[in-house]
Every structure is written in structure tokens, then in C-alpha cells.
Write a protein that binds this ligand. Structure first.
Ligand code: ADP
Length: 455
């Protein structure tokens, strides 16, 4: 069932139930009031009968009582043993009316007719105490209640007409924006375009919010799609260059044969170098692809030890001046050690590639935990700084080609830092040097300590 019809059906049913309950309350209250009025009227009449009867002792009590028989009613007198002494009834009244020897009043159903009755003691002509019963059919009340029933049913049915219409309108009003949304979404799905919903910016209701969220999601999807396209195109472009070089040298070898030793050696060297570059690129691409699936494997470790290991290894392999500057002898952290090492190696590799002098790794553990990798190399021009974390961005393509970079290092570093809950900041002055900071905010420190306490 459609939402519109559900809203329509349920709200109409609810209103109907409310109306029926209301009408029932009105009907019951009115009928009780009317009946109790009838009974008290009858009680007054009975009091008058008793007073008249007692005030005027007579030999012919039937004549006196006959004068008081109500229309559509009867008068009965029974002695102490509930033996009938007198019964006088209006000719239109039928049915056997029960009587007990006690004072009582109320209503009773006899032969499908409702009666009001009053029983009261009376001193009979022989001086004995008898019981007098006066009963009267509730004809007027019944006909009034019948009219009231009819009126209430008519009013309920009449009230249902605007209720049904307004609920149908309500259902349409609520579901119209949702239907519009669904139509646009289906159109977007069919066309494969990143279309947005036409939204009244003023509207701040739930449906408006949903539309805005949808548009935001579309923006994000479009942006991601664009980035992905750009990424694939950049990656293919990067792969084409080494493949072209390999292809050209293979052709050269084919043409000139292996006879010319110098050409053969040059070709094989170039093929080897380019296939090495390709392997590097593919490895970096795989790292980026795996990142989203990668889970953090947290272990407790000493940051100073990790940095010592990294700097020592690179100092030995590259024979470069690489120093660790810190006041701390141990900093315990809980982190994914292999990811942190990967991040450090990317940044240290850049410092080694783009500088020739001393490289410093500084650690500060004050408010935030900050690791800085500082070099005094060629630096990055100011205008290039905002883009260095973008994939495939290189300040100088020719220079990067010499160093073997594809412009993926810093974007991968950023992804790793994000995964580790750290912020990456870069400061650089061209020809003076570059400092990259890995900042674990104080929140992270608290988290790290808590984790180590839990562990
Ligand atoms: P690549 O793999 O080409 O080095 P990165 O993403 O690591 O790519 O860096 C992007 C660009 O930023 C590089 O092309 C390089 O020009 C510049 N860059 C990165 N680190 C440094 C640094 N320490 N000194 C100078 N330039 C740097």
C-alpha cells in the first residue's frame, strides 16, 4: 500500500474511532440523565399518591388509585406476603410486572419495553402495611433517545466527509515531496548523471533536509567520481611513459639486433630502469587501493625507538647526515607501528630526494605529540604548496622523473596519517628547505594513554 493511502486510511480510521467514542459518551450521558429525571418525577408522583391515600381513608381504594394510574403504566399493591391486593393498569400496558415487598426505584425491561418504577410502603385500608408499585413505560425517553441516535449517526457521517477529504489532501501533501524526490532519483539512476534536486532553500522541514542531504551526497559522489577518473587517467598516463620507452628500446634491439653491444646494453639498461619505475608505481597504487580495506593493528611501542631505527637504517643506506633531536628518552604510544613506519619512510625519502645536506627528525611531546622531518634542500614554491598532497601532483615533473617520484608519496602519507588519527602539515621555503609535521593532537594522547591503560 502506498504511503499516501496509509496516511489517509489510518488518520481517517483514527478520526472515526474518536468520533464514535465521543458520540457514545454523549448518548450514554444523555440517556442516563433522561432516565434518572423520569424516575425522580415518578418518585414525586408516588409521594403524592401516598400522601393522598393516607390523608383520605376510603372504602374504594381502587377509585383513588385509578385516578393516579400513569398513561402507559400501572399501579400494583401487594401485602406483606407479596400477595396481590390490587392491580390497576392503563389499557395500553401489557406484561407481567414483578414486585417485591421493599422500598425501591429504578428501571426495568418488561416485554421489550423499558419502564421506570417506584416501590414504596403504604398503609392499606385494613391498617396493614402494604407495598405500592407505580411503573410507567419510558415512551418519551425512548423516542427521544431514538432521535438522538439518528442525529448522532448523521452528524458522524457528515463529519466524516470533510475528514476523509482533508486526510486525502494531507496524505498527498506529505508524500508529494517524497514522490518528487523518488522521481528525480529514478531519473538520475536511469541517466547515470549527477543531477541535483530542485530544493527551496528556505524549506527546513524533514523532507527539505532529506533533499539537501541527497544533494550533498550527489556533490560528494560527483567529486569522488571526478577524482577517480582523474586518478585512472593519471595512472594510465604514468604507465604509458615507461611502456613507450620499453617498447622503443625493444624495437631498437629488434632493428639493430644484439650485434651492436653498446646499443644492446643501453637498451637493456633503459628497459630495466623503466620496468623498475613501473614496478614502483604499481606498488604505490596498490598501497593506495589497499588503504581503504586496511584495519589498524594497534600495539604499544616506544616512539623514540621507532624513530631511532628508521634514522639509523636510512643513515647507513644513504650515507647521509640524519639526526634525531629530542629531549625525551621514551615516549609510549599505542599505534599501528608498521603504518607509522611507512609514513615516516615516505617523508624521510622525500627529504633525502629533495635535499643534499643534513636532515633532522625532531620530536616534541608537550600539549600535542609532534614529529617533524626537516631538510635544508630545494624547498617547494609557495604556489605549489596547497597541491602537494594531491595524487600525481609534482612540482617539477622533469625533476621528479630523475628522482623516480610519481607524485603519490605525500597523498599516501596523508592517507596514512588520517588512518593513524594524525594531522599532516607542510611548511616550505624555496631554496631553503622543507619541514613536514606529523601532529597527534592532545586528544590522541589521552586516547593513547587510555588505550594503554585498558590494554
Ligand atoms: P614524489 O613521489 O614525486 O616525491 P610526493 O607526493 O611525495 O611525490 O611529493 C609531491 C611533490 O612535492 C614532489 O614532486 C616534490 O616536488 C615536492 N616535495 C615533496 N617533499 C619535498 C621536500 N621535502 N622538499 C622539496 N620538495 C618536496
Amino acid at each position: 500500500m502506498k504511503l499516501k493511502n496509509k496516511i489517509h486510511l489510518w488518520s481517517t480510521l483514527l478520526m472515526l474511532v474518536i468520533l464514535i467514542v465521543l458520540m457514545a459518551v454523549v448518548y450514554i450521558t444523555f440517556s442516563r440523565l433522561a432516565i434518572s429525571t423520569e424516575v425522580s418525577q415518578l418518585e414525586t408522583e408516588v409521594e403524592a399518591i401516598v400522601t393522598t391515600f393516607n390523608a383520605n381513608p376510603t372504602d374504594n381504594p381502587s377509585a383513588v388509585l385509578r385516578a393516579f394510574v400513569p398513561s402507559y403504566g400501572l399501579i400494583k399493591v401487594v401485602d406483606g406476603n407479596v400477595e396481590l391486593i390490587r392491580e390497576i393498569r392503563d389499557p395500553q400496558t401489557t406484561g407481567e410486572f414483578p414486585i417485591e415487598a421493599q422500598e425501591n426505584s429504578g428501571t426495568l425491561q418488561v416485554d421489550n419495553n423499558r419502564f421506570a418504577y417506584v416501590q414504596t410502603p403504604i398503609i392499606w385500608t385494613d391498617g396493614e402495611i402494604a407495598t405500592l408499585l407505580v411503573a410507567q413505560e419510558l415512551r418519551d425517553v425512548s423516542s427521544n433517545l431514538q432521535t438522538l441516535r439518528l442525529v448522532l449517526i448523521t452528524v458522524t457521517l457528515l463529519a466524516m466527509i470533510p475528514i476523509v477529504l482533508s486526510n486525502a489532501a494531507l496524505g498527498r501533501l506529505i508524500t508529494k515531496p517524497i514522490t518528487n524526490l523518488t522521481t528525480t532519483m529514478t531519473r538520475i539512476q536511469d541517466s547515470g548523471q549527477f543531477e541535483k534536486l530542485p530544493i527551496d532553500q528556505e524549506t527546513d522541514d524533514e523532507v527539505g533536509q532529506m533533499g539537501k542531504t541527497f544533494n550533498g551526497m550527489m556533490d560528494l559522489l560527483e567529486e569522488n567520481y571526478r577524482k577517480q577518473e582523474e586518478f585512472v587517467s593519471n595512472a594510465s598516463h604514468e604507465l604509458r611513459t615507461p611502456l613507450t620507452v620499453i617498447g622503443s628500446y625493444a624495437k631498437l634491439l629488434q632493428r639493430q639486433g644484439m650485434g651492436d653491444e653498446q646499443v644492446a646494453e643501453e637498451s637493456l639498461n633503459a628497459i630495466q630502469a623503466e620496468s623498475g619505475r613501473m614496478k614502483n608505481l604499481i606498488e604505490q597504487l596498490l598501497h593506495i587501493a589497499r588503504r581503504s580495506e586496511a584495519q589498524l593493528e594497534l600495539t604499544e611501542a616506544d616512539l623514540i625507538e621507532i624513530l631511532n631505527q628508521a634514522t639509523t637504517a636510512l643513515r647507513t643506506s644513504y650515507n647521509r647526515e640524519l639526526v634525531l633531536l629530542t629531549d625525551e628518552s621514551h615516549i609510549n604510544i599505542k599505534t599501528d607501528v608498521s603504518k607509522l613506519k611507512q609514513l615516516l619512510y615516505i617523508l624521510l625519502d622525500n627529504a633525502l630526494k629533495y635535499s643534499a645536506g643534513r636532515i633532522e627528525v625532531a620530536v616534541r611531546n608537550k600539549e600535542d605529540l609532534v614529529i617533524q622531518i626537516r631538510d635544508y634542500g630545494i624547498g617547494i614554491p609557495k604556489e605549489s604548496l596547497p597541491y602537494v598532497f594531491d595524487r600525481f601532483y609534482r612540482v617539477d615533473k622533469a625533476r621528479s622523473r630523475e628522482t623516480g617520484g610519481f607524485g603519490l608519496g605525500l597523498s599516501l602519507a596523508k592517507q596514512l596519517a588520517d588512518g593513524l588519527g594524525a594531522k599532516l602539515e607542510i611548511e616550505s621555503v624555496e631554496h631553503l628547505g622543507t619541514t613536514v609535521s606529523i601532529i597527534f593532537s592532545s586528544d590522541f594522547n589521552v586516547k593513547a594513554i587510555q588505550l594503554s591503560e585498558e590494554g
